[in-house]
Design a protein around this ligand. Structure first.
Ligand code: NAD
Length: 265
């Protein structure tokens, strides 16, 4: 199977990876289903966008959850590194990720479209956001900026520019996706000649529609996941395995655009 993946990558020069929580489990970040995953201890219905906006108590609980979630900075793993190596070889258009952990960038991938945002940043969502849609002034800051305010006794930090609510720069349950970011993802999916879906259950829409868009635009679709997904029947190649274990040898076997072996980088 690794050889088939290496062959598919070798025949492709404009590869896009679509990644989910499964590429980061090998960095110690649990996905939604794993025992000990954050949502086995917190009820997601308590953290919908509308509840966050409506309730100062929910906002205070949210900061405590985020303190726990981001207490340690995980390291990228061999799966992230393999994708960065494939980019160094000149074969990758970009990475579209559902993850909010920033590990692709830490591994060295440069064109990363984060459709669910980044948990290490916070943003202003305005003074009167409604219907799941942020209405902020554009202010952003680090997660640490917000935690410093919470630690100094302000359970409900506000935007220093417009007084709006401050929220993690991630897409919460019930929150609209950013249309510009979804357009960027759709653009990449429409231009690639191979779409590699890695570590995603492919059950969360509209994000999970991105690999199918690539397939419908003529790209080959490979799915690498440790369990079946609803799109397996539509894929050109399906590998059930662990992301790092499969990607590392497959990418090492691919030559770079200038003829060097990726494994020698
Ligand atoms: P998911 O939890 O629904 O699915 C992850 C899939 O990866 C599962 O099918 C699982 O069997 C598989 N998997 C787990 N470890 C793997 C490994 N080592 N190799 C290969 N496959 C592996 O996650 P999803 O599809 O990404 O979507 C759910 C949502 O979870 C997304 O919105 C995402 O924002 C959020 N999420 C993100 C993180 C993160 O940023 N690291 C972590 C948890 C959840």
């Amino acid at each position: 199977m690794t050889r088939l993946l290496a062959e598919l990558l070798e025949r492709s020069s404009n590869i896009v990876a679509f990644t989910g929580a499964g590429i980061s489990t090998e960095s110690g970040i649990p996905d939604f289903r794993s025992p000990g995953g954050i949502w086995t201890r917190y009820d997601p219905r308590d953290f919908t966008f509308d509840r966050f906006v409506e309730s100062a108590d929910v906002r205070a609980q949210s900061w405590e959850m985020r303190r726990e979630l981001l207490a340690t900075v995980p390291e990228p793993n061999p799966g992230h590194a393999a994708l960065a190596n494939l980019e160094d070889a000149g074969r990758v258009l970009g990475v579209i990720t559902q993850n909010i952990d920033g590990l692709h960038q830490l591994a060295g991938s440069s064109n990363v479209v984060e459709i669910h945002g980044n948990a290490r940043e916070v943003m202003c969502i305005g003074t009167a956001p409604a219907l799941g849609t942020p209405d902020g002034c554009g202010f952003t800051a680090s997660h640490e900026w917000a935690m410093e305010r919470v630690d100094s006794g302000d359970q409900d930090p506000r935007c220093p520019h417009c007084g709006g609510l401050i929220k993690s720069a991630t897409i919460s349950f019930g929150q609209a996706l950013n249309p510009e970011i979804m357009d960027a993802a759709a653009n990449l999916a429409g231009r690639c000649d191979a779409m590699l879906s890695i570590g995603s259950s492919l059950q969360v829409y509209p994000a999970a529609g991105i690999p199918m868009r690539a397939k419908q635009s003529g790209a080959r679709l490979a799915i690498l996941n440790d369990e079946e997904t609803p799109l397996d029947d539509a894929a050109d190649l399906v590998i059930h395995g662990r992301a790092g274990d499969v990607l590392t040898p497959a990418v090492a076997a691919v030559s770079s655009a200038n003829g060097d072996g990726v494994g020698e980088l």
